[in-house]
Design a protein around this ligand. Structure first.
Ligand SMILES: CC(=O)N[C@H]1[C@@H](OP(=O)(O)OP(=O)(O)OC[C@H]2O[C@@H](n3ccc(=O)[nH]c3=O)[C@H](O)[C@@H]2O)O[C@H](CO)[C@@H](O)[C@@H]1O
Ligand SMILES: C=C(OP(=O)(O)O)C(=O)O
Length: 421
């Protein structure tokens, strides 16, 4: 099994370039299914296992895809779609594969997709996606582990209110509604920057979407979407992870490409903890030379504190001065990293949806595992400051979402390598 081996205690200094955002590129690749006549060419596509998985899904549907990992250019030609079925083996690997359902319904009028099932961080139902499709005129049947959806007549624009601003449901419904007849009003949608990126991409393909990034999205259906060229936004969670690395290791890192506007809660909380943050138009510099102070965080939909940064902040709080409260409101089971951090000497108690983290003077390197993607990032951050050697297992989770993590950390002075154990 592959592992990451980290020898802690190095200050991280230098520059790191942030890759394209995983959570923007996955829905955008799904949306390439809507493009007729012309291939889509995507730039700044990160080299991630999740990108490979969604490429396999598109391949299965008969789409011609090509990913040049050197230039980070991804091409998808959806002129012909041969199949509208996505099997369990592919959906199981990555929940975001389910984002092909909206485009397939719109483009082909039917789809048969395996139920995604739960995941380490929560049960993650898809009821809001399905309610949205039904409101647009789809008929849905669930059985034998599959969701069978058909559009008996045509998709028609509708007023849809989301009970919770789900990122995936907002994206899936937006994609389904692009070519529906008439107007769709999506109320209480997610407002994440990745929603805006998807809307910008769809508009460039010929869609008519307004209000992405606000609390109402208006979509006027169009007859056809055409492939186009598009550049993916930088990954705010990757940027946030390097920001925490700078603060924790008492380092000084310039995080190139990071967009401050997308990182307001992370910047606010790192400043409150005592790190110095210098923002400019091309990136963010984070430096720190002292013990950090404990802060409280509560995860919320955007523009609140991102749940995808919760584990990394918890790793930071384990060595801060005082006690910090970490409240997770987005996913019901996103504290799997707590037991792993405790194995390294952290002092954490879970009380319902809140973890109480009391800072300790030292973490001690040991064998730990990445229980999910961001939990894995938290283990790496803890390993960077721990005494001695930390071995992180189950790193396939980390490979889903961090482009060249080892190379980037080494270039900043970390002592980290990948081994086959
Ligand atoms: C590929 C991608 O972009 N993944 C991100 C996306 O996941 P994802 O799109 O799955 O997250 P959602 O915003 O949909 O989920 C948030 C909450 O809503 C619940 N829910 C969601 C849909 C639904 O139909 N019913 C329902 O109850 C979920 O169980 C969860 O508790 O947003 C999450 C929240 O910011 C991030 O952590 C993920 O990194
Ligand atoms: C939870 C995450 O991703 P996904 O929705 O793809 O599981 C994440 O990026 O932290």
């Amino acid at each position: 099994m592959e592992k990451l081996v980290i020898n802690g205690g190095k200050r991280l200094c230098g520059r790191v370039k942030i890759s394209g955002a995983k959570n923007a590129v996955l829905p955008i690749i799904a949306a390439t299914l809507l493009g007729q006549d012309h291939p889509c060419v995507l730039e700044e596509v990160p080299s991630l296992d999740d990108v490979e998985t969604i490429s396999e899904v598109l391949n299965e549907l008969g789409v011609a895809v090509n990913f040049d990992e050197n230039s980070h250019t991804f091409t998808a030609d959806s002129t012909n779609i041969a199949s509208c079925e996505a099997p369990y083996e592919l959906i199981r690997k990555m929940r975001a594969s389910f984002l092909i359902m909206g485009p397939l319904l719109s483009r082909c009028g039917h789809s048969k997709i395996s139920l995604p099932g739960g995941c380490a961080i929560g049960t993650r139902p898809i009821d809001l996606h399905l309610k949205g499709f039904e409101a647009l005129g789809a008929q849905i049947e669930i059985g034998h582990g599959f969701i069978n959806a058909t559009v008996p007549d045509k998709l028609r624009g509708a007023k849809i209110y989301l009970d919770f601003p789900s990122v995936g449901a907002t994206e899936n419904i937006m994609m389904a509604a692009c070519m529906a007849e008439g107007k769709t009003l999506l109320e209480n949608p997610a407002q994440e920057p990745e929603i805006i990126d998807l809307a910008n991409f769809l508009n460039m393909m010929g869609a008519n979407i307004r209000g992405a990034g606000t609390n109402v999205i208006k979509i006027e259906g169009v007859k056809k979407l055409t492939g186009c060229d598009y550049t993916i936004i930088p990954d705010r969670i990757e940027a946030g992870t390097y920001m925490v690395a700078a603060a924790m290791t008492r380092g000084d890192i310039y995080i190139e490409n990071a967009i401050s506007e997308h990182l307001k809660p992370v910047i606010a909380k790192l400043s409150e903890a005592g790190a110095e943050i210098i923002e400019d138009v091309k990136g963010i510099r984070v430096r720190n030379d002292k013990k950090l102070k404990a802060v409280d965080i509560k995860t919320m939909p955007y523009p609140g504190f991102p749940t995808d940064m919760q584990a990394q902040f918890m790793a930071m709080l384990t060595i801060a001065e005082g006690t910090g409260l970490v409240t997770e409101t987005v996913f019901e089971n996103r504290f799997m990293h707590v037991d792993e951090l405790k194995r390294m000497g952290a002092n954490i108690k879970i009380e319902g949806r809140t973890s109480v983290v009391e800072g300790v003077n030292h973490l001690l390197g040991c064998q730990v595992k990445a229980t999910d993607l961001r939990a894995g990032a938290a283990m790496v951050l803890a390993g960077l400051v721990a005494d001695g050697e930390t071995k992180v297992g189950y790193i396939h989770h980390i490979d889903r979402g961090y482009d060249n993590l080892v190379g980037k950390l080494c270039s900043l002075g970390a002592n980290i390598k990948r081994i086959n154990d």
